[in-house]
Design a protein around this ligand. Structure first.
Ligand code: CTP
Length: 403
């Protein structure tokens, strides 16, 4: 993780009278040693010029998706990868609507759609437009997809009306961004371990017992932990997924291997056991492929419970131990039982009888049961990426609260 001074901001300036204030924002970022590349929407160029922006930012200014010269130097995908965050300031009601529909009409919206970074929106518009039900609905959609909103303020507007919709003070916008990075830096001291995916318990060299786990939720959690500053190790059984960038990735096959690698990685500050570890293994796997005519029966034994071992280990126990419970009935009863019996701090439960959030789905809805707390907290239906983001906020807060 870079120091704050090296942070890279991709600033998108949209059309609107407040666009001139983003020049002040660039000046503040530069004064604090942030690097700022800027995209000017077509509308923004009615209010400010690329020359004034590039003079202040000391960087090339990007204006058009089909500017071949710029695309050759840095295409829209590299531009979104380059940034640590993307900040739309000011963002108009029109751009909010485009973003909420996932349109890729110009460079600004294309970059947002291609970005896997945190996107901030600092709106500026007339009070009626801000209070319009459609603007609210569009914003709700964006918030639900992980966008963060800065402001707007209440005050007198350029059009003479008074109310909410005024562009936030550039210093206020800067301090929100600065705190965002500071918060991530505080996570740098924490180590995290995530187990994910299914395991394979071999019967013979070509046959095994496994389950339908895709590993998607665990990979998304590891990705979010890493992006939020945690030094993250992901121990995964076989999946079709690409390991998240920068995460230390350990591939395993069986429950026993997953157990051994987990012990090697401990101690950590937080361990999240999202793997669907096979509960049974073949006691003595065949060394050669079994011939049907010679086969009678298999003797199964229990695998070692990695979560149980870790959470009950005096020296190696992480400060925060999080187990998963995939349930089809009596979610609360079964989750609380697991919480106590496996000595967890949290159990994250989901109802896998609901096919929408089942094993291979991109969506999830979870309930968090916490030690010594009655009831549970619900994180409602959303993509596994957003569920992971929500979980990581809570993990980070918990660790910071407990030193
Ligand atoms: N777990 C583990 N090692 C195992 C089995 C499970 O670490 N050998 C962890 C899982 O990663 C998950 C939690 O324990 O965090 C799930 O508990 P488990 O009792 O296996 O749940 P179920 O398989 O649903 O068990 P049951 O069918 O008995 O409810």
């Amino acid at each position: 993780m870079n120091n704050l001074v090296n942070k890279k901001i991709l600033l998108v300036i949209c059309g609107g009278i407040a666009a001139y204030k983003s020049l002040e924002l660039i000046r503040i970022f530069k004064k604090n040693n942030y690097q700022v590349k800027t995209i000017l929407s077509k509308g923004a160029m009615e209010f400010i010029t690329p020359l004034s922006v590039s003079s202040l930012s000391n960087e090339k200014v990007y204006t058009d998706l089909f500017d071949f010269k710029n695309e050759a130097e840095m295409d829209h995908i590299s531009l979104s990868r380059w940034a640590d965050i993307v900040l739309f300031a000011p963002v108009t009601a029109n751009k909010i609507a485009q973003l909420s529909y996932g349109l890729a009409e110009d460079l600004a919206t294309t970059v947002a759609l291609a970005s896997d970074k945190q996107i901030f929106l600092a709106p500026a518009m007339n009070v009626r437009m801000w209070e319009n039900k459609l603007t609210k609905l569009n914003l709700e959609k964006l918030i639900d997809s992980g966008y963060k909103i800065i402001g707007p303020d209440i005050g007198e507007m350029a059009c003479g009306e008074f109310g909410s919709g005024k562009f936030s003070d550039p210093m206020q916008i800067f301090s929100v961004i600065k705190n965002y990075f500071k918060n991530i830096e505080k996570n740098n001291k924490f180590k995290a371990l995530v187990t994910a995916g299914p395991t394979r318990e071999y019967i013979d060299p070509v046959r095994f017992i496994t389950n339908k786990s895709s590993g998607k939720q665990g990979y998304a959690i590891a990705d979010q932990l890493q992006k939020n500053g945690f030094e993250t190790t992901l121990i995964s059984g076989p999946t079709n997924l690409k390991p998240p960038d920068d995460v230390k990735f350990i591939y395993v096959d069986s429950a026993e291997e997953m157990y051994k690698k987990t012990i090697e990685v401990l101690p950590v500050d937080v361990a999240i056991f999202s793997a669907a570890v096979a509960d049974f293994k073949v006691k003595v796997p065949y060394l050669k492929k079994i011939k049907k005519e010679n086969f009678e029966s298999l003797e199964l034994g229990k695998t070692r419970d990695i979560l149980d071992y870790t959470s009950k280990h005096n020296e190696l126990r992480p400060k925060l131990v999080i187990g998963f419970a995939a349930e089809t009935e009596s979610i609360e009863k079964n989750s609380k039982k697991k919480l106590n019996e496996k000595n967890c701090d949290w159990i994250i439960a989901n109802d896998v009888s609901n096919t929408e959030i089942g094993f291979d789905s991109d969506y999830n809805e979870v309930q968090i049961f916490r030690k010594n707390k009655s009831g549970s907290e619900n994180i409602s239906l959303n993509t596994k990426e957003i569920i992971a983001k929500e979980l990581v906020v809570r993990i980070s807060n918990e660790l910071k609260a407990n030193g």
